[in-house]
Write a protein that binds this ligand. Structure first.
Ligand code: NAG
Length: 356
C-alpha cells in the first residue's frame, strides 16, 4: 500500500530539476528563472509552473497560493540533489538520479533511499525557512521572537529563518501517510529525520551594539546551519543507518522480523518496529552498485583516485589510466597595483577510470 501523495511529492522533489523524466519530456531543462517571464504574466507566472509539475490537488493549491512556493521548491530540489551528489562523490553509488534509477531506489528501503528522503525534506525545510526570511514569500516572513528568559536584554531585530512556518509547510505539503505499511512508515520516519536535523542545527546569532561596541545592546536572531553542514550530518547518519522490520529475502521470499542493532534505542510502544530515534532507518540491504542494475549504471568508467579509492569504487575490476595534457595558470604573482600575473604551465595529468 502506498500513499500516492507522498510518492508524487518525492517524485517531484527529486526528479523535476534533474531530468524531468515523468513530465512530457518537452519542457526546457531550466525552468528555474521564473523572473524572466514577461511582465504582464508575472502575477500568475507561477501557476504555469505549478500546473506543469506532477502535483497532487492539495500540493498544487499550496503551490499556487503563494508565488514564492514554486521557486522555493525548485531551490530545494537543486540543493538536495547537489548535496547528495557531493556527499556521495567518492562512493560507488554517486547519487545518480536519472529517471528510472531514482524511481527504483525510492520504491525500496535501502540506506540510500533513507538518505534521499531525509535530504529532500531537509532541503525543502531549509529552503522554505530561508525564503521566508529573505522576503521571497507572501505568506511568511521572519522568525518571531522566541521565548528566552533574557528577552529583555536582547532585542530581536535581525530577521531569523522561519523554521516554524517551514516545518508546518513541509508537513502539510507531504501529507500524512497511512501507518500500516512498514515501508511507508520508514519513509515518513526518514523524512522527519531530515526536518529534525535542520531544527537541531539552529543557532542564535547576535550582533553587538552600544557605545563603541560595548555590547550593552544585542540584536539576536535564529539562523539555520549551512546546508552543506546538514548534508554532512545526514551522510553520517546514512553510515550508521539502522535496519528495521521485516525484510523479505528476495531469493526465498521469506520474511523475517529483525532489528540489526538490538541494543540500540528500544522500539516504540507495543512492539512498534520503528524506534523513536533520529537514526535513519532502512529495511533492505543495499545492492553493491558495482554493475549496471535498475538502481544504478554501475561503476564502469567512473573516475577514481589512484591509491585512494580505485579498488573500492571499481569493485576490484581494476582501472584504466589515461594521460592528458592540461594547461593551467601557475606561478601567479600579485603585481603592484593591482593585478595578478600568471604563467601558463603545461602539465601531464593522469586520469583513472574504472574498467568495465
Ligand atoms: C556517477 O557516475 C557515473 C558513472 O558511473 C557518471 O556517468 C555520472 O556522471 C556520475 N554522476 C555524478 C553526479 O557524478
Amino acid at each position: 500500500i502506498t500513499d500516492r501523495r507522498f510518492e508524487v511529492a518525492f517524485d517531484y522533489l527529486m526528479g523535476v530539476c534533474l531530468s524531468l523524466p515523468r513530465l512530457t519530456g518537452n519542457e526546457p531543462l531550466s525552468i528555474l528563472p521564473l523572473s524572466s517571464q514577461p511582465e504582464e504574466s508575472v502575477g500568475r507566472a507561477h501557476y504555469k509552473l505549478c500546473d506543469r509539475l506532477k502535483l497532487e490537488k492539495k500540493q498544487r493549491r499550496m503551490c499556487r497560493r503563494d508565488p514564492g512556493v514554486a521557486e522555493t521548491l525548485m531551490e530545494a530540489i537543486s540543493m538536495s540533489t547537489q548535496e547528495c551528489q557531493y556527499q556521495f562523490r567518492f562512493e560507488r553509488w554517486n547519487c545518480t538520479l536519472e529517471g528510472r534509477y531514482r524511481a527504483n531506489i525510492l520504491k525500496r528501503g535501502f540506506k540510500e533511499t533513507a538518505f534521499l528522503y531525509a535530504v529532500s525534506s531537509a532541503g525543502l525545510t531549509h529552503a522554505m525557512a530561508k525564503a521566508c526570511s529573505a522576503g521571497r514569500m507572501e505568506r511568511c516572513t521572519c522568525d518571531e521572537a522566541p521565548d528566552l528568559e533574557n528577552r529583555k536584554a536582547w532585542q530581536w531585530g535581525g530577521c531569523g529563518d522561519n523554521l516554524k512556518y517551514s516545518n508546518k509547510f513541509v508537513k502539510d505539503f507531504l501529507g500524512k501517510r497511512s501507518n500500516k505499511d512498514l515501508r511507508a512508515r520508514v519513509d515518513m520516519h526518514n523524512t522527519n529525520v531530515g526536518m529534525k536535523v535542520i531544527k537541531a542545527g539552529v543557532e542564535t546569532t547576535c550582533k553587538c551594539h552600544g557605545v563603541s561596541g560595548s555590547c550593552t545592546v544585542q540584536t539576536c536572531w535564529r539562523q539555520l546551519s549551512p546546508f552543506h553542514e546538514i548534508g554532512k550530518q545526514l551522510k553520517q547518519r546514512y553510515e550508521t543507518s539502522l535496519k528495521v522490520g521485516s525484510s523479505t529475502n528476495e531469493a526465498t521470499g521469506e520474511g523475517e522480523i529483525s532489528q540489526s542493532r538490538p541494543q540500540q534505542p528500544p522500539p516504540g510502544p507495543s512492539n512498534d518496529p520503528i524506534p523513536r530515534t533520529m537514526d535513519l532507518l532502512h529495511i533492505d540491504d543495499s545492492p553493491s552498485f558495482c554493475v549496471p542494475s535498475k538502481f544504478s549504471p554501475g561503476t564502469s568508467a567512473r573516475k577514481c583516485y589512484k591509491d585512494k579509492n580505485c579498488n573500492v569504487i571499481c569493485c576490484d575490476r581494476g582501472h584504466n589510466t589515461q594521460s592528458r595534457v592540461v594547461t593551467r595558470p601557475c606561478q601567479c604573482q600579485v603585481r603592484w597595483c593591482c593585478y595578478v600575473e600568471c604563467k601558463q604551465c603545461t602539465q601531464k595529468e593522469e586520469v583513472y577510470t574504472c574498467k568495465g
